[in-house]
Structure formats: C-alpha cells, structure tokens
Design a protein around this ligand. Structure first.
Ligand SMILES: Cc1cc2nc3c(=O)[nH]c(=O)nc-3n(C[C@H](O)[C@H](O)[C@H](O)COP(=O)(O)OP(=O)(O)OC[C@H]3O[C@@H](n4cnc5c(N)ncnc54)[C@H](O)[C@@H]3O)c2cc1C
Length: 458
C-alpha cells in the first residue's frame, strides 16, 4: 500500500475509522481456522455511503478488500488472503421489525441471536440458528448461507433472505429482491449474493422473512449401541410423517471425547447418540413426542431423555453443544470437514470412513446434522508429528473422494473460503465453474473483492 493510496483510503473511510497499527491488524489476522494472514489496514464500516467510498477508493488504487463480520468462519473467508484492507462490518447495526409484513430489516453487523430476540418481541421467529449465533453476524451468515441445527424443518439462512442492499467493488450500490415473499422479476441476484462468501459485493442491509413463533417444543435424546443403529433409525424417521425441527448425531469417538472432558455422564454401552427436537401447536407436539420416543426405543435406543420446554431441553442440548470443545481431548490439532450427503448414504459413508481411518491410522470423530445429511467430520491429530499430519491430510482427500462418490458435497454450510478450494475443484463441473468465474468477473472485473476465496482456479 503506497502512502498515496493510504491517504486516499483514510479520506474515504474517515480518519477515525482506519487503523494500520500492528496491534490492531493482529486482531484481524485470523478466524476460527487459525490460519494467519495480516491485512495492511483495517477499516471500520459505518454506513452505506462510506462503504461505497471505501470500495471505490480500493478499486481505483487496486487494493484487495475483504469484508469481515465476527471472524467466526471455519474456512478462512474473512482473512486478508492477499493482504490489503479488511473491512470490519460489525458496527453496521440497526434492526427494524415490521410485524405487519412479517419481516425485519437489519444492518449486517447485528448478531444472529439479536435478530432472534428482536423478532421474538413481536412473537415472531427467525429460525436459522448456527451454533455460533451468539457471536456471529447476520452479514457473515448471509455471505456463508449458514445452516445450523434447525435446518431440517426450517431451512437455512438463504431461505429467509427477501432482499439485500450491497456495494459493488467499484462503489456502485445495488438493491436486490425486496419486501415481498414472492417476486419473479429479473434474475435472482439475492440468491446469487447469498453464500457468495463476500466475493461479489459487500452487503450493507438485509431484509429477512419472519414466521410465527412455534407455540410448543419438545426435546428428546437416546443413546444407541452403534453408529449404524442410530443411522438406521434416522433412515426410518425420514420415512415418517413427523418432521423434527432438529436431528443431531454424535458417533462413538465424539462420545469418548465428551466423556473424557468429565462434565457429562455417558452410559456404558453407548456407541452413538441421537438428539431430536419437535415443535408446533401444543395439541400436536406431545403426541409427536410420544411417537418419536416410541420409535427411538423400538429401534434400540436407550437411556431416553425428554424435555417439554426449551429451558429443560438445554440440559439435553448441552451434550451436543459441548462436543466441538471436547474434540481436543482426542488430539491437539483438528481438520474439520463439513460434508453433506444424500440422506440415505450416511450409513455407507460411516462404514467407508471407519475403513479409511483404520487404514491410515488416524482418529476421526463425526457429529452433526443427520436430519439434513450434513456431517461434521473431524480428524484429530498431533500437529507436531509430521507423519501423523501427512496421514491426516491424506484422510481429508479420501473423505472428499468418498463424499463425491456417494453424490455428496464437500461443504454443507461452512463454505469454501481458502480451506476447501481443492475439494471444490473436485466437486464443481468444469463448465459451471467457468460460468462462475464469468459472474465473478462481471461483479469484480479487477479481482479485488475477497480474492483467493470460494472459487478454485479453472
Ligand atoms: C463454534 C462455532 C460454531 C459454528 N456453528 C456453525 C453452524 O452450526 N452452522 C454454520 O453454518 N456455521 C457455523 N459456524 C461458522 C460461522 O460461525 C458461520 O459461517 C457464520 O455465519 C460466520 O459469521 P461471521 O460474522 O463470523 O462471518 P466472518 O467469519 O467474519 O465472515 C464469513 C464470510 O462472510 C463474508 N462477510 C462477512 N460479512 C459480510 C458482509 N457484510 N458482506 C459480504 N460479505 C461478508 C466474509 O468475507 C467471509 O467470507 C460456526 C463457527 C464456530 C466458531
């Protein structure tokens, strides 16, 4: 960055909103991947006009720019992969609920949990709930099309985005979609920006659809003797008319990790866990819960737990929420994959995975959203041992190959970022990838917006 471009950037951003001190840049040099990339400058976004001025300035001076929410991404999307400017969107707040329209308008920096709370004041519901909802921004969630626990019944972030305001790399402002549940006018640029990982435009305002709050909720969990017995139960549940809100799974190794943490007791003989949530009208939920309990026990589930209120359910959810942290009981380093599979292929995948893990001599723990085929596959290893590291990286390649062979996807919800470029290259059809590059070129002809992310090279 030349003194000239820095001066111009300070003018566009406002002097008090730009920082080049090493200590401040260090605050933005990593995310949940722990990969390290230092930006040359950090700019705090304050409003649409300032964002437009900052982007136009970067465009003119050919400075790479990376938008950033809370930096909780698992694939390195918010890292300044090619240096330049990190644009911190977390101060762009402001939420307005429009109950008559059942929608909410928000700045991109608002935390997902705050969106939920604002909707709940009007007895309305914003369902998507990535486990990071307490600290991740809605802008980051839209850019990643984040999923989460309740996607089985309610879908993912993108299913609730009605409209966006965004700034293009050259500083022009676009508005997509609107405030209606239906509109078929023009190409659907809203859908294109959702999940584009900050590589096409910087989102400055989001309009979200809300739905009525469910009146009643129940939470159930049951241990199973093996992974296969739990996954067969999942298959059976998918053939039933009840659609649970959430359907989560922990395999034997994940249970070992939780057990080793020593905070939650796991019964002897437990080889996996299923956790279900149902919601709906108060007259239907108890009946559905009973039916699900009957199915779980009938399929070999044991040590069944049941809660009829969200507050009691927290005790059950604790086991699931603690699993990510517990993983480090199995190894100092983690390579976590978030693959998605066709619903009926999860059992086959687990069998192949066991063989691959045994063949390579690596520890792999699997947990996640079995209700929508989205499994978090964690390879735990000692990063100081080069041989173990090499075998673990080999395991990632095998996981990708098996996933794609079964008709799956290398990322169900965490995006591609910098971490999954190799997997994305295997998954994407050559002609489709070429179209994606042409779209990228139309939005960002100089390749300055979040470069090195999301799209593998052709
Ligand atoms: C403990 C933990 C649990 C998690 N659980 C889940 C889960 O259950 N489901 C799930 O899907 N994800 C999960 N995640 C991943 C992550 O939290 C989500 O992807 C989240 O949506 C990222 O939000 P963020 O504000 O941290 O975005 P960041 O990490 O800061 O950025 C993510 C991407 O969005 C882009 N971006 C950010 N703001 C904007 C903007 N205003 N305009 C354009 N682009 C922008 C960035 O450039 C980057 O590419 C989890 C992460 C952690 C650490």
């Amino acid at each position: 960055m030349t003194p000239d471009s820095l001066r111009a950037l300070a003018k566009a951003a406002g002097r008090k909103n730009i920082n080049t001190e090493p200590g401040i840049r260090a605050l933005y040099h990593t995310d949940a991947t722990q990969i390290q990339r230092f930006p040359q400058a950090v700019v705090r976004a304050v409003d649409r006009e300032q964002v437009a001025a900052v982007l136009a300035c970067c465009y003119h001076h050919e400075l790479p720019l990376t938008p950033r929410g809370a930096g909780s991404g698992f694939t390195g999307g918010a890292l300044a992969a090619r240096g330049g400017v990190v644009l911190d969107m977390s101060s762009m707040l402001g939420t307005e609920v429009m109950p008559d329209h059942r929608l909410l308008k928000t700045g991109p920096g608002v935390l997902i949990d705050e969106i939920k709370k604002a909707a709940a004041v009007h007895s309305l519901f914003y369902p998507p709930d990535p486990s990071s909802a307490a600290f991740a921004t809605i802008g980051g969630a839209v850019a990643e099309n984040a999923g989460g626990l309740r996607a089985v019944k309610y879908g993912v972030t993108g299913d609730y985005v009605l409209g966006l305001e965004a700034v293009l790399m050259d500083g022009r402002i676009i508005r997509t979609g609107g405030q209606t549940n239906k509109s078929v006018v023009g190409y659907d640029l809203t859908r294109l920006l959702v999940g584009s990982e900050g590589t096409l435009a910087v989102i400055t305002s989001i309009t979200l659809k809300l739905i009525p709050q469910p009146e009643a909720v129940s939470i159930l969990s049951a241990f199973f003797p093996s992974e296969q017995s739990a996954l067969q139960t999942v298959g059976y549940l998918h053939s039933q008319p009840i659609v649970p809100t959430a359907m989560e799974f922990l395999d034997r190794r994940s249970l070992d990790a939780v057990r080793a943490l020593g905070k939650i007791s796991i019964p002897p003989g437990a080889g996996s866990l299923l956790l279900l949530e149902v919601d709906g009208p108060p007259e239907a939920v108890p009946r559905q819960t009973e039916e699900l309990a009957r199915i779980l026990e009938g399929q070999g589930g044991f040590a069944l737990k049941l809660a009829h209120e969200r507050s009691q359910g927290e005790e059950i959810w604790k086991l699931r929420r603690g699993v990510s942290q517990a993983m480090h009981q199995l190894g100092s380093h983690k390579l976590n994959q978030d693959i998605a599979l066709p619903l009926g292929s999860m059992g086959a995948f687990m069998e192949i995975l066991d063989e691959a893990a045994a063949g390579l001599g690596v520890k792999i723990a699997v947990f996640g959203h079995v209700g929508d085929g989205n499994l978090h596959v964690n390879i735990m290893y000692n990063g100081k041992d080069p041989e173990e590291t090499r075998r673990s990286q080999r395991a990632v390649q095998e996981i990708f190959a098996h996933t794609l062979h079964l008709g799956g996807s290398v990322s169900g919800e965490h995006g591609v970022g910098v971490k999954k470029l190799a997997g994305a290259r295997l998954e994407l059809n050559e002609n489709a990838l070429s179209m994606m590059w042409r779209i990228k070129d139309a939005f960002d002809p100089k390749g300055l917006l979040n470069p090195g992310k999301a799209l593998p090279l052709l």
